[in-house]
Design a protein around this ligand. Structure first.
Ligand SMILES: [Zn+2]
Length: 274
């Protein structure tokens, strides 16, 4: 076969690597409710799933940063959204992220709503985060679920080499409603959207690759080893019911590289996008 034709076919078959981030998604809610979460169930059946037990602190800013830079907290040195009263910006973090590296190599890369900073960061995508990336009420949670899903569907159709999309709403919902049926209802709504994104689009019919991952799990407020939100604000008590747990979620489909820690997502992408 002629070389250029071969290259063209290769080009067409290369597929998209999708990383779907779900901040704070936790097996302790998913596993006992699988009869209601049919799309999570399907993903578990066709892919590989496991618990990622974090060796580092379960702090969102830091974990998402390490996941897409491949660096440990001691290397990227980005621990929280606010330092000394100032919001930390992308430019303050001295690392190259996977999107920086791959786009320099000529790959088509899109990243949507990645919450290693607030408001969450987007790359090559025009997206306005909901509620400054900290959606706090039902209306904002609905809006984020809807808008991240719609934008991701649209981006899947563009067939980039790498697409990263992150939902933040479950983190907020669980901080305020941990232990209530309300949390499970939101997992069901998330499950519907995952069905639309992954199955209704036929995303897994070809040779596309998928990672579904969270940055940490969740547990009741008193059980958490690290308190991630202040219990009291200037206005009074926040009444938090849940906080971050070190067990995060991972499901992969068509990904050979063994993901054992958040940083391995970076290496899996690097290895598998050629
Ligand atoms: Zn988080």
């Amino acid at each position: 076969m002629d070389k250029s034709l071969e290259a063209m076919i290769g080009e067409r078959n290369k597929g998209t690597f999708l990383v779907l981030g779900i901040d704070a998604a936790t097996w302790s809610v998913i596993t006992p409710n699988l009869s209601k979460l049919r799309n999570f169930k399907r993903l578990i059946e066709i892919g590989k799933s496991k618990v990622i037990t974090l060796m580092e602190k379960p702090i969102s800013a830091s974990v998402w940063c390490g996941m897409f830079s491949g660096k440990l907290p001691a290397e990227h040195k980005h621990e929280s959204y606010v330092v000394n009263g100032d919001i930390v910006k992308r430019a303050d973090i001295k690392v190259d992220f996977i999107w920086d590296i791959l786009s320099k190599e000529g790959k088509e890369v899109k990243a949507l709503n990645v919450p290693f900073v607030v408001p969450p960061y987007s790359f090559n995508v025009d997206f306005k985060p909901i509620g400054f990336g900290l959606p706090t009420n039902e209306k904002e949670w609905e809006e984020e679920l809807e808008r991240v899903t719609e934008k991701t569907k649209y981006l899947i159709e563009e067939k980039p080499d790498l697409l990263i999309s992150v939902y933040t709403l479950l983190d907020r919902i669980q901080h305020f409603h941990w232990g209530e049926d309300y949390v499970v209802e939101w997992y069901e709504r998330m499950d519907e959207k995952i069905g639309e994104l992954i199955f209704d689009t036929g995303f897994l019919d070809g040779n596309n690759k998928l990672i579904v991952i969270s940055d940490h799990g969740f547990c009741s407020f008193g059980e958490a080893k690290v308190q991630t939100l202040p219990e009291y604000t200037k206005e009074g008590k926040l009444n938090l019911k849940g906080d971050h747990h070190e067990n995060a979620l991972l499901i992969t489909v068509n990904v050979e590289y063994a993901v054992e820690r958040p940083q391995d997502v970076f290496y899996a992408i690097k290895k598998e996008i050629k």
